[in-house]
Design a protein around this ligand. Structure first.
Ligand code: MIC
Ligand code: SF4
Length: 678
C-alpha cells in the first residue's frame, strides 16, 4: 500500500515489542491515535533543558549513550551573570565527555541550526529536549521535541512513545515572489490552522513548489510547525537536499526520501507560493496573522533578526540586500543573532555582516538570546519586529511590548523605514545575488563567497568537542556546581484526590505562562526548589504563596483548550509538581506538556463536557474518586466540584494510553523505568 513519507520513516523505526495494544503490519497504514513506539537514532539537548535531562540520565546508570549520535548544545543561556550559568556549562561538558556525546560549546550557535548544518541525516529519527527540534524536518528527518526525561530514556536506548499522528499533506505549487519568504508560508498556514490545528498531526510537504525552496527555507517552515502544535513536519529529501549536504561537506549522508506515489493523507492543504504576500503574526500569538500591507505604517521601535527560525546565511543575506547602502531609522534599535558560528563567519566573508553593521544593526551572540528573553528586551509599550517563532505576552522580557513575528525581509525593510513596511513595496537591488534575491547555500554564486569557501567554513568544527573513547571517558569526573540540585520525584497518586483549585486558566496557556524563562529564571533550570517559586508567576503572582499556604500538599489546576502549548520545558511540570499540583483538568492538552505531566506523576484529565469548565471556580474543592480504577481499566474519571454544600458531579475523559496509565500508577516515568517498565 502507498505510504506517506512520515509513515515510511515511522514504520522503519517501529519497536514492535513496545507498541502496546497496537498491531503494526509493515507496509500498512497504522491507525491514527494508536499507541506506537519508535527507535531514536539521534538526540539533542540544549543547556536550559539539558541539565535536568542529564541529571535524570545519570540515574539510569548506563556507562555510555546508546544512540547513533547524541549532541549536547549550549545556546539558551550564555549570559554568565554569575557562577551559576558557567557551572551549568561545565556540568554539561563533563557529562558529554563521560557519556559519549558531542558537545557544542557556547558560541557555536543555536542547536537546531547547527544540527542541520553538522549532524542531520535524511530519513533518521531525532528526539530533542526542545520543541523546535522539528526544524530537522527541513532535511527530511523525523525530528520530534520532547521533555528531557523522554530524551534521557532515548539516550539510554529506550524507545520514544507517541500516539500515531494524523498525516496532513501540504501541496506547494508555484514559487515565492521577491519580498516574500519561507516565513510567510508558515504564517499563512498558522492563520489557516491555528496554534492547535496540528495537535496530534504531522505536516508533510510535497508538490512542485518544494523544489524551489532551499533547505534553510524548508527548515524555517518545519521549525514553526511547532507553533501549529504538530508532532513534527517534514519535507522530502531531493536534489536540493543533496546539494545542501554537499556544500556542508556531508554529501555522503544523503539519501532520497519521499512519499510513495498515490499515498493518502488525512487531509490536503493547498498553498500556491506565487499567490503569497508578506505576513506578520501580531501580538500575542503566532496565529494572529495579518498581511503586512494591512499593518503598514505602524511605528516600530525594535527589530531583531535571528532565532532558530530565521538565522541562516540566506536570512542574513536577504536582510542585507534590503539595507545595503541605507541606515536604520532613528526611532529603531536593531540587532542580528546569526544562527551559528559558521553563518557568522560566512556572513563576514560575504560582506553581509559589513552591510548590516554599516546600516546600524548590532551584532548579538550566535545563540537564542532575545528569543528566550535573554537581553534585548523592547522598551515599554514598544513595537518589536522579530524573525522568531513565538510572541507570547511577556516572553520578550517586556510585559506590555507588542511583538510581531515577521520574515527577515519585512524586518529589514521596517528597520530602515521606521514603520512596518511590506518589503515587496521597496526598491532594492538584488541583482548581485541569486535569481531569488539572496545568496543561497545551494548556489553560493555571490562573487564574494564561493561554494568552497562555504564548505571550508562549515567543516571547521573547532567549537564542537567530539565524544571521547570509553577508556578516556572512564577517567572523567562530573563537575557539579552548588546550584545543581537533584531532580525531585513525585509521590504516587492514591485512589482518591480531594484538593482545592488554586488556579483557573483560560485557553492556550503556554509553558511560558506556567514557568517563565528570561534572565531572572533561567539560571535556576538545574535547581527545582528555587525555580518552583516562579510557577504561574505571569498569570497569578500569588500562586507560590497560595501553594505554600496549602502546605504544598495537594492542589488542582483548571485549564481551557490546548493547555501547555509552546516550549518543551519539563520545568512547567516539575515546578507545579514540587508545589503539590496533583491533577490538571483542562478542555484539551498540548502533546509535549501532557507527556511531561505524566512523566512527573501529575494526572491530566480532560473535561468530557466543556460546560463543566464553567461550573468551577478557584478555591472550589475537586474530588476525583476513582483514580486507580481509571488508571488500571482506562474507564473515565468520576469528579465532583464541592463549593460549601453545593456539589456538582462531572465526568473526566480518560485520554491516557496503557503505558501512560502505568507510568502514573508508578508515580512518574523515573519510578516506572526503575521498576523495569519500557
Ligand atoms: C523555547 O523556545 O521556548 C525554548 C526555550 O527553546 C524551549 C525550551 C526551554 O524552555 O528550554 C522549547 O521550545 O522547548
Ligand atoms: Fe532558542 Fe528561541 Fe529557538 Fe527556542 S525558539 S530554541 S529559545 S531560538
Amino acid at each position: 500500500m502507498a505510504l506517506t513519507l512520515a509513515e515510511k520513516i515511522i514504520q522503519e523505526h517501529l519497536v514492535h515489542d513496545a507498541c502496546k495494544e497496537t498491531v503494526c503490519v509493515r507496509g500498512t497504514p497504522i491507525e491514527r491515535g494508536a499507541h506506537i513506539a519508535v527507535r531514536i537514532d539521534q538526540t539533542l539537548t540544549q543547556d536550559a533543558t539539558g541539565t535536568m535531562a542529564y541529571l535524570q540520565f545519570e540515574t539510569i546508570g548506563i556507562p555510555r549513550v546508546r544512540t547513533e549520535l547524541s549532541v549536547s548544545y549550549v545556546d539558551h543561556n550564555t549570559l554568565q551573570t554569575d557562577f551559576k550559568n558557567m557551572d551549568d556549562h561545565r556540568y554539561l561538558q563533563s557529562i558529554a565527555a563521560k557519556y559519549g556525546l558531542w558537545f557544542s560549546r557556547p558560541g557555536n550557535g543555536i542547536c537546531h541550526q547547527v544540527h542541520l548544518e553538522r549532524f542531520g541525516v535524511p530519513g533518521k529519527t531525532l528526539l530533542g529536549s526542545d520543541s523546535h527540534t522539528p526544524t530537522g524536518g527541513g532535511i527530511s528527518m523525523m525530528a520530534i521535541g520532547a521533555g528531557g526525561l523522554d530524551v534521557a530514556v532515548a539516550m539510554g536506548g529506550g524507545a520514544f512513545h507517541l500516539a500515531m499522528p494524523k498525516i496532513y499533506g501540504v501541496r506547494l505549487t508555484g514559487a515565492l515572489r521577491k519580498g516574500v519568504s519561507a516565513k510567510d508560508i508558515i504564517l499563512e498556514l498558522l492563520s489557516r490552522e491555528t496554534v492547535k490545528g496540528g495537535v496530534g498531526a504531522v505536516y508533510e510537504y510535497f508538490g512542485s513548489g518544494v523544489a524551489s525552496l532551499t533547505v534553510p527555507q524548508r527548515a524555517t517552515v518545519t521549525n514553526m510547525g511547532a507553533e501549529l502544535g504538530a508532532t513534527f513536519s517534514i519535507f522530502p529529501s531531493d536534489e536540493t537536499t543533496r546539494a545542501f549536504l554537499d556544500v556542508m561537506g556531508r554529501g555522503d549522508v544523503w539519501s532520497e526520501q519521499k512519499a510513495d506515489e498515490g499515498a493518502a493523507y488525512d487531509k490536503v492543504i493547498e498553498i500556491d507560493l506565487s499567490s503569497l504576500t508578506a505576513r506578520a503574526a501580531c501580538p500575542h500569538s503566532p496565529d494572529a496573522v495579518q498581511p503586512v500591507s494591512v499593518l503598514a505604517g505602524t511605528p516600530v521601535t525594535q527589530v531583531c533578526i535571528g532565532s532558530c527560525t530565521n538565522s541562516s546565511l540566506d536570512d542574513l543575506a536577504a536582510a542585507a540586500a534590503i539595507v545595503r547602502g541605507k541606515h536604520i531609522a532613528p526611532n529603531v534599535e536593531a540587532g542580528i543573532a546569526p544562527g551559528s558560528r559558521a553563518v557568522l563567519l560566512m556572513a563576514e566573508k560575504a560582506g553581509i555582516l559589513g552591510d548590516l553593521i554599516r546600516a546600524g544593526f548590532r551584532i548579538l551572540e550566535s545563540a537564542c538570546g532575545p528569543c528566550i528573553g535573554m537581553g534585548f528586551a523592547p522598551n515599554s509599550q514598544g513595537v518589536s519586529l522579530r524573525t522568531f517563532n513565538r510572541n507570547f505576552k511577556g516572553r520578550s522580557g517586556t510585559a506590555d511590548a507588542g511583538v510581531y513575528l515577521v520574515s527577515p525581509e519585512t524586518a529589514a525593510a521596517s528597520a530602515v523605514a521606521g514603520v512596518i513596511t511590506d518589503p515587496s513595496s521597496c526598491a532594492y537591488e538584488d541583482a548581485c545575488w541569486t535569481a531569488q534575491g539572496r545568496v543561497s547555500l545551494l548556489s553560493g554564486n555571490d562573487a564574494r563567497l564561493s561554494l568552497s569557501d562555504i564548505t571550508a567554513t562549515a567543516k571547521d568544527d573547532g567549537m564542537l568537542i567530539a565524544p571521547l573513547s570509553e577508556a578516556e571517558a572512564a577517567r572523567i569526573e562530573i563537575i557539579r556546581g552548588p546550584n545543581i540540585k537533584p531532580c525531585p520525584s513525585a509521590a504516587a497518586l492514591g485512589e482518591t484526590l480531594s484538593a482545592p483549585v488554586l488556579l483557573k486558566a483560560g485557553d492556550n496557556i503556554t509553558t511560558d505562562d506556567i514557568m517563565p524563562a528570561g534572565t531572572k529564571v533561567l539560571p535556576f533550570r538545574s535547581n527545582i526548589p528555587e525555580i518552583a517559586k516562579f510557577t504561574f508567576e505571569r498569570i497569578d503572582a500569588d500562586f507560590y504563596k497560595k501553594a505554600e499556604q496549602a502546605g504544598f500538599s495537594g492542589c488542582v489546576v483548571i485549564g481551557g483548550e490546548n493547555y501547555g502549548q509552546g516550549s518543551s520545558r519539563e520545568h512547567a511540570a516539575l515546578g507545579p509538581m514540587y508545589l503539590g499540583v496533583r491533577a490538571v483538568i483542562a478542555k484539551s492538552f498540548a502533546r509535549i506538556h501532557k507527556a511531561n505531566l505524566i512523566n512527573f506523576g501529575i494526572l491530566p484529565v480532560a473535561f468530557a463536557d466543556g460546560g463543566a469548565y464553567d461550573c468551577i471556580a478557584e478555591q472550589d474543592v475537586i474530588e476525583i474518586t476513582n483514580i486507580q480504577q481509571a488508571l488500571e481499566s482506562g474507564c473515565d474519571f468520576v469528579l465532583r466540584r464541592i463549593r460549601g454544600s453545593d456539589v456538582y458531579e462531572f465526568t473526566g475523559s480518560n485520554t491516557l494510553d496503557v503505558r501512560s496509565r502505568a507510568i502514573l500508577r508508578a508515580g512518574g516515568l523515573a519510578a516506572y523505568t526503575r521498576h523495569g517498565g519500557q
